[in-house]
Design a protein around this ligand. Structure first.
Ligand code: NDP
Length: 273
């Protein structure tokens, strides 16, 4: 039997949970497909894509550090990928063209909804101004928060991002010191600080009493940001594993035209922690 092939391409890639997630989705929906990890050399993304396509690849996900290169190789992109300036899901079309999408933002908003968190009319703070934050800003602003503040270690990047998305809502960019004296209902950590066991320099009172904290990073243990949030009275301190599952479901739908149920995969991943 012919089996459609999909993959996640990145460097490093050994840690990726995407094959586990997509294999579950395929079993659940009865799709004949396989999904593998592909390590591309840092200067070899295009060659890896070409080889995968030649070997029968139908589509693939992209992770660090190739999301901008993935954007560049697409013939057509979804509006949300255009806004994000980065692509994490690609589809090889039958006419030979490549279509690109960015499902990170909808993954975050879906995961927040799964946990009963609605950014609408809330004061929202997002930390970081890298690729992940860029990808989630449009879907986040579409939920209509009261205000959205982007704080970054290099403030100019946050200010530039705020300008780029200014016509979608009330959005400001700043450095961490500007946060003194301000409190937020929802704080989303979109920095890579957690990966190095670090915490962005947050003022003590920046989380409103009973506010919600969300770290896009995830791991076996609670991240430093989740730990900080619990110590500062957070009602919920969530990590990004659910975002990973939800963005995968969105990619799966683009490739297969079916929406998998994410709950069983969430449960399996949580049991494996
Ligand atoms: P980038 O490298 O593009 O950006 C990193 C950002 O983190 C920059 O804004 C950088 O600031 C900031 N930063 C790094 N170290 C620190 C620190 N010690 N203190 C304060 N700020 C710091 O990374 P990405 O945007 O691609 O990824 C960010 C995070 O999001 C990662 O943890 C990644 O795993 C996670 N992610 C999770 C996903 C999911 O599905 N759950 C999907 C995509 C990403 P500066 O600009 O000043 O250098």
């Amino acid at each position: 039997m012919y089996i459609d092939r999909y993959a996640v391409i990145g460097n490093p890639i050994a840690h990726s949970k995407s094959p586990f997630i997509h294999t579950h989705f395929a079993e659940q929906t009865g799709q004949a497909m396989e999904y593998e990890r592909l390590l591309a050399p840092l200067d070899g993304f295009f060659d890896a894509v070409t080889a995968f396509r030649r070997e029968g690849g139908r589509g693939f996900n992209v992770t660090v550090p190739f999301k901008l290169e993935a954007y560049a190789i697409c013939d057509e992109r979804s509006p949300r990928a255009e806004l994000a300036g980065a692509v994490n899901t690609l589809l090889f079309r039958n006419d030979g063209s490549i279509y690109g999408d960015n499902t990170d933002g909808v993954g975050l908003v879906s995961d927040l909804a799964f946990h009963g968190v609605t950014p609408r009319d809330r004061r929202v703070l997002i930390l970081g101004a890298g690729g992940a934050v860029r990808g989630v800003l449009a879907p986040l602003l579409q939920t209509q928060p009261m205000e959205l503040v982007i704080a970054n270690r290099s403030p100019e990047k946050a200010i530039e991002l705020a300008h780029t998305f200014a016509d979608m809502g009330l959005v400001h960019g700043c450095g961490y010191e500007t946060l003194n004296g301000h409190a937020f209902d929802l704080i989303i950590n979109g920095t890579s600080a957690s990966l190095g066991g670090e915490l962005p320099p947050l003022p003590e009172d920046v989380l409103s009493p009973g506010g919600i904290a969300y770290d896009m990073a995830y791991g076996k243990d609670e991240t430093p940001f989740q730990h900080w949030a619990r110590a500062h009275g957070a009602a919920q301190a969530l990590d990004g594993l659910g975002m990973l599952v939800e963005q995968a479901a969105e990619s799966f739908q683009l490739w297969r035209g079916l929406r998998p149920d994410t709950r069983p995969v969430r449960e399996s991943l949580n049991a494996l922690r």
